[in-house]
Design a protein around this ligand. Structure first.
Ligand SMILES: NC(=O)c1ccc[n+]([C@@H]2O[C@H](COP(=O)([O-])OP(=O)(O)OC[C@H]3O[C@@H](n4cnc5c(N)ncnc54)[C@H](O)[C@@H]3O)[C@@H](O)[C@H]2O)c1
Length: 244
C-alpha cells in the first residue's frame, strides 16, 4: 500500500466526460482508480495519464463490484478522497407510452443505482477517514423538462435530489456531496441521440454544444480545497441551456 495526497475514483472513465475528468484531476500527488464496463477503453485512458492508475472493469449497477473497486482503491493507494459517480446511459429517444420496462430498468440501474452504490461504498470509507468529496454527474435534463427521454431525465433528477439529501446527512462527517449538471456536449452518449433531436437541442444552447473538457473544470473545483464550503450544490455547466 502506498499513500498519496489524493486518491480519486472515477466511474464511466472510458467515456467522453469520465476520461476528461480523469485527465483534469491527474495532477502530481494524485492516484486514480478508473472504472468502466469497457476494459480496452480504460486501458487507452490510463495510457494517456502520467500518475499512478488502477483500472477496474466494473458494472456500477452491481453493488458488490462497486464496493470491490473502492476496496481496491484503499488497498492499492491507501484511501479514497474523491469519488466521481459519472457512469450513465441515455434512454431511447421516445415518448413515455412507447418506452418499455427494460428502458426504465436500465436507466434506473445505471444512472440512479450506480450513483447510490458509489456513494454508499465511498461514504463507508470516507467517514472513518475524516471526510472526502463525492461528485455525481447529473444533467440539465434532471433540472428541466427534456422531452423524449423520460427515464434519463427522471433518473438524473433523482441524482440531484439524492445529492442534496446526502450533503445534509454527511456534512457532520466532513463529506461534501455535490453534482454537476452538464448541458449537451460531444461524447459517445450524445452520438446516440438522433440527428434531428440534436439539431433542436443545439438551438437551445446559446453557446452551442460543448466538449468534455468544457465540463471537467467543475469537477476539479468540487474535488479540490477551493470548494471546501460547497455541499449539496447542483452546478450547471451547460452553455446557457437552462438560462431562459
Ligand atoms: N454527453 C452529454 O451531452 C451529457 C450531458 C449531460 C450529462 N451527461 C452525463 O455525463 C456522464 C458521462 O457521459 P458521456 O457523455 O461521457 O457518455 P459516454 O457514453 O462517452 O460515457 C459513459 C461511460 O459510462 C460507461 N458505462 C455505461 N454503463 C455502465 C455501467 N453499468 N457500469 C460502468 N460503466 C458504465 C460507458 O461504458 C461509457 O464509457 C453520464 O452520466 C451522462 O449522463 C452527458
Amino acid at each position: 500500500m502506498t499513500d498519496h495526497d489524493r486518491v480519486v475514483l472515477v466511474t464511466g472513465a472510458a467515456g467522453g466526460l469520465g476520461a476528461a475528468v480523469a485527465r483534469r484531476l491527474a495532477e502530481p500527488g494524485t492516484a486514480l482508480v478508473l472504472c468502466d464496463l469497457s476494459g480496452p477503453g480504460l486501458t487507452a485512458v490510463a495510457r494517456s495519464l502520467d500518475v499512478p492508475v488502477l483500472t477496474r472493469v466494473v458494472d456500477v449497477g452491481d453493488a458488490e463490484q462497486v464496493d470491490a473497486a473502492v476496496t481496491a482503491a484503499v488497498a492499492e493507494f491507501g484511501g479514497l478522497h474523491v469519488m466521481v459517480n459519472n457512469a450513465g446511459v441515455i434512454a431511447p429517444n421516445a415518448r413515455i407510452h412507447n418506452l418499455t420496462a427494460a428502458d426504465w430498468d436500465l436507466a434506473v440501474r445505471v444512472n440512479l443505482m450506480g450513483v447510490v452504490h458509489g456513494m454508499t461504498s465511498a461514504i463507508r470509507v470516507m467517514r472513518p477517514a475524516g471526510g472526502g468529496s463525492v461528485i455525481n454527474t447529473a444533467s440539465v435534463a434532471g433540472l428541466t423538462a427534456w422531452a423524449y427521454a423520460a427515464p434519463y431525465g427522471a433518473t438524473k433528477a433523482a441524482v440531484v435530489h439524492l445529492t442534496k439529501i446526502a450533503a445534509v446527512e454527511y456534512a457532520k462527517d466532513r463529506i461534501r456531496v455535490n453534482c454537476v449538471c452538464p448541458g449537451t456536449f460531444e461524447s459517445g452518449m450524445s452520438a446516440k441521440i438522433p440527428r434531428e433531436a440534436m439539431a433542436a437541442m443545439e438551438a437551445r444552447h446559446p453557446l452551442g454544444f460543448g466538449v468534455p473538457d468544457d465540463v471537467a473544470g467543475a469537477f476539479a473545483y468540487l474535488a479540490g480545497e477551493e470548494s471546501r464550503w460547497t455541499t449539496g450544490a447542483a452546478i450547471v455547466v451547460d452553455g446557457g441551456y437552462a438560462a431562459p
